[in-house]
Design a protein around this ligand. Structure first.
Ligand SMILES: C[S@@+](CC[C@H](N)C(=O)[O-])C[C@H]1O[C@@H](n2cnc3c(N)ncnc32)[C@H](O)[C@@H]1O
Length: 198
């Protein structure tokens, strides 16, 4: 929505599995209920100038396919950006996100890792604000991220999982714990390749 407001002449399309759109959206912004892992049905004439993914860790079964479709549906010279916070599923030294983009055909992939405080413990004003959002996001995300894994894979009951999460939620809200998450921005501009391939 920020991009749609900032660039009123652009057409912004957002997809999600659920109808998450707010009540009011800018007129140049559309929301579709769609699975990013399905085969994309856009025509190449509808190729994008910018494709952004954010906070999908734990949701996607086959990341390489997603990045491959992103690569296919970007115009020459367009940008792709993936934003995810690290979890223990990812390696710290060289991210899987980056490798998947390279495997999809992107070259010279840029990666930036930012430390985002959880809570308002940082002195810097901007980091304090980021920390407020990261704290709310982390507290909200605990249950959706944990429940399927802990019940279906570890065989716990939903009540047992809820009991564990009470403590973790307290940690997230504890101002004495100077927690932070590493947020990873991986982006790449596509090269002029259509003339060669088609
Ligand atoms: C943590 S939220 C992030 C929402 C949004 N991307 C953002 O950054 O504000 C994760 C969202 O991903 C959606 N999601 C999960 N798997 C998806 C998929 N395969 N295709 C499209 N959306 C998906 C979920 O429905 C959920 O709303």
């Amino acid at each position: 929505m920020d991009i749609a407001e900032q660039y009123p002449r652009a057409q912004v399309c957002s997809i999600d599995l659920s109808p998450i759109e707010p009540g009011w959206v800018p007129p140049n912004c559309s929301f579709l209920v769609e699975n990013a892992e399905n085969d994309w049905i856009y025509s190449l004439a509808q190729a994008f100038d910018f494709i952004n993914l954010r906070a999908l860790a734990g949701s996607i079964k086959h990341w390489p396919k997603v990045f491959s479709q992103i690569f296919q549906y970007l115009k020459p010279g367009a940008w792709a950006e993936s934003q995810e916070n690290d979890s223990s599923c990812f390696s710290d030294d060289d991210s899987l996100q980056k490798q998947w983009m390279i495997d999809a055909g992107f070259v010279d992939v840029q990666e930036k890792v930012c430390r985002i405080p959880v809570g308002q413990w940082a002195k810097d004003k901007k980091m304090k604000e980021q920390g407020m959002y990261a704290q709310a996001l982390s507290a909200d995300a605990l249950e959706p991220i944990s429940m399927a894994l802990f019940t279906r894979v570890l065989g716990m009951s939903a009540q047992e999982v809820q009991a564990i999460l009470v403590g973790r939620r307290k940690d997230i809200m504890n101002p004495n714990l100077h927690l932070y998450i590493k947020f990873r921005f991986v982006r790449q501009k596509t090269t002029i390749r259509w003339k060669v391939i088609r």
